[in-house]
Design a protein around this ligand. Sequence first.
Ligand SMILES: [Ca+2]
Length: 345
Amino acid sequence: MDLDEFIIIYMFFLINVINVIIDQPGFIGFNIIRMKKIPIIIDCDPGHDDAIALAVACASEKLDIRAVTVVAGNQTLEKTLRNAKKILNFIGKRPLLAAGADKPMFRELQTAPDFHGESGLDGPVIPDPADYKEEAVPAWDLIRRIAAESPEPLTLVPTGPLTNIGILFTAYPEVKGRIAGISLMGGSLFAGGNRTSAAEFNILVDPEAAGIVFSSGVPITMCGLDVTNKAFILPEEVETLRSTGRVGRFLAELIDFYSDIHLKQGFKGAALHDPCAVLALTAPELFQTGHFHVDIETEGRLTLGMTLADLRPWTGAGANVTACLDIDRNAFIRVLHDASASYGW
Ligand SMILES: [Ca+2]
């Protein structure tokens, strides 16, 4: 054996010894790495499926929720902010909260009372916590501050129109460098629209903001209707959810209201759109994905708000989106049941 061979064998031995040592519970350094949570900010417009997304996110040990920010969408900002406070208070988590935009960047607001009721969260009655106050700064200023103070880059999880993030990237473009990625619910590549034949609601409400976000250069994971229409919950699974405890009962009552319109539209059960954006982070193994270059239509008479994937490989347009296209629905429902059960009674 010459010296080179000896060094190679010695290094191999040393690396394996280190691997054995660091995998022990007493080795603090490795445990810190292993337990490192993903720092996120959820930007939402609750919203029945936003409520489920918040409950799933707050139950996850993989996430460090630095703040929740709120935008107008499913209902007016006043209502979505009130709903966010009610949901977070009810599930016993009170992260920093900030209100954002009360209307899209360049358009009038359109809401979705047909899906979410006049309150934006029709169905169960839960307390309205008067002592849970939002921060004095708007959502984009809070995100900027947290991003600047955070040692690690943040991940944004938008589950409503992208107005707050569009304003953030326009007012403070340097913040993009502090964002590791965006895991969002919005759009549709191959499943058609829901609010119009071409467009999904979140993107349709503020297509200009969506355009800013999709062209920002920040890595985007997109949970559009391609996957979220497949993330439905069947009536018998709602009953199991109801039996898991106080949060499960609350979520089941939300789904009772929210299922109605889905069943009338021919779905097998309520499509749980927004939780997909959370699970794409915490349980990526549930999803099948593809990489696409996606642009947002901001002018079309029939196609306003369309998320358009360029399927021509020869153009050289690099992918700006990882799109979730399919989901292991049974595993998704198990995660939902486990998350709600973790809150206890
Ligand atoms: Ca939403």
